[in-house]
Design a protein around this ligand. Structure first.
Ligand code: GLA
Length: 419
């Protein structure tokens, strides 16, 4: 890796990854990459399963990345190697309509991105690419969104052969393109949150996103005395895709029924809790629970963000009381996901219970789609050692599984680093 490349990278952890991917690229293709497209995973702090209901979310980008080292080719082929699974896949930009059954799952995201960029009229060039990352796969931290976003930057940059300045407005459009990749090439009817935060993340800020208008605000989330601790249940999210699509359909059904009494509503976002309470009896029990959760969660996001609006003017730190109020709302969010939306599981509940019993934990909840994956907790720095010890021992005692704990920094969104 050239020193020049290294000095452009402020995050030392990702800098190490970038250095190693550069060497691996050189080994695979016999010359160095031209640039590296890098996109972060995310942890959603509050606002779960609200994005596809036109609601509010509040995620942060984390210092875990998918990196793609790239060199343009003179033909229309895309030759890729995924280091972490040691698989290669090679395709032509001229035959993207039918994906062979044996194409590895990760390659579908690259094919999808290339196909949709071409469809939208962008110039897409053939590339040699090496992919690696440290966003845990299928753990609810958006590894697939990070892969789509990194692939988008890779193709766009290679197509223009120079740095492409991407405006904030363009980033919102690219997020929508990456969401379509998930819908059309991976079969998950996801919302817009993961792709948007991976593109628009900002260091020490959460993204308060209105998933209907796509208006957003970077809200300072500078932690002085606390840390974000992500705990991985290590449980595979077997049900995630099918149950996810089912929840989405249940919410749509709820809107359809409620619109008989509340004409003009087009999503759960349009319904106040007071109106919902007047008409909830009209809904089948399960639909009622799903809708109640989403309507309450939207209110919680708005309250949680306003709890953060009292950053200390001098230090720009968040006062402890703000985080404690924020943490209460995180706990309530998890309870709703567990009891009404029913997307939690024994392991996620256990991890949040262990966390909440530790003095110094402001709040703890599952994060992402659910059915396994990770929890996120806001932990006072003085309690971090106890937190790590308790979570590891008690979770292992009860499940036989060794959890993983990641202490994450709130980081910037996707970037391109030049060699
Ligand atoms: C997944 C989806 C997101 C969002 C969350 C749940 O991460 O990709 O769009 O719906 O689940 O909040």
């Amino acid at each position: 890796m050239s020193d020049e490349l290294g000095t452009q990278i402020t995050n030392t952890k990702n800098s190490a990854h970038v250095s190693s991917i550069t060497e691996k690229f050189d080994k695979t293709f016999g010359r160095p990459p031209t640039f590296i497209a890098s996109a972060p995973g995310r942890v959603n702090l509050i606002g779960e399963h609200t994005d596809y209901n036109d609601g509010y979310v509040f995620p942060v980008a984390i210092d875990k990345y998918i990196n793609i080292a790239v060199r343009q080719r003179s033909d229309r082929r895309v030759v890729t190697h995924a280091l972490d699974v040691n698989e290669s896949w090679d395709f032509s930009l001229d035959t993207l309509t039918s994906i062979p059954a044996q194409a590895p799952a990760w390659s579908r995201y690259l094919i999808g991105v290339a196909a949709l960029l071409q469809e939208s009229g962008k110039k897409v060039a053939g590339i040699d690419a090496v992919i690696t990352g440290d966003v845990p796969i299928a753990a609810g931290l958006s590894s697939s969104a990070a892969l789509s976003v990194a692939a988008t930057l890779a193709f766009l940059t290679a197509g223009s052969e120079s740095e492409v300045p991407i405006s904030e407005q363009d980033k919102t459009k690219l997020a929508a393109l990456c969401q379509r990749v998930e819908h059309e090439f991976a079969g998950v009817k996801c919302g817009i949150m993961d792709q948007t935060i991976s593109l628009l993340g900002q260091e020490d800020c959460g993204l308060f996103l209105d998933c209907r208008s796509l208006a957003y605000e970077h809200v300072p989330f500078y932690l002085a005395n606390h840390a974000i601790a992500i705990c991985n249940t290590k449980v595979k999210r077997e049900l995630a895709a099918s149950e996810y699509n089912k929840r989405r359909a249940e919410c749509e059904r709820g809107v359809e029924i409620l619109s008989r009494w509340l004409p003009g509503i087009t999503s759960l976002r349009d319904i106040t809790l007071a109106d919902f309470k007047k008409h909830e009896e009209e809904l089948p029990t399960l639909t009622q629970k799903r809708c109640r959760y989403v309507i309450e969660e939207n209110t919680r996001v708005v309250e949680a963000v306003s709890a953060l609006k009292c950053t200390d003017k001098v230090t720009s730190h968040l006062p402890d009381e703000s985080l404690i109020a924020f943490g209460h709302l995180m706990n309530a969010s998890h309870n709703g996901l567990r009891d009404d939306y029913q997307v939690s599981c024994m392991e996620l509940d256990l991890l949040t219970d262990i966390a909440r019993n530790i003095t110094g934990v402001a709040g703890s909840r599952m994060t992402g789609a659910g059915f396994g994956g990770c929890t996120v907790s806001i932990v006072h720095k003085d309690a971090l050692e106890a937190f790590q010890a308790h979570v590891t021992t008690e979770y292992h005692e009860k499940t036989g599984i060794q959890p993983e704990i990641y202490l994450c920094r709130v980081s910037d969104g996707a970037q391109v680093f030049w060699s």
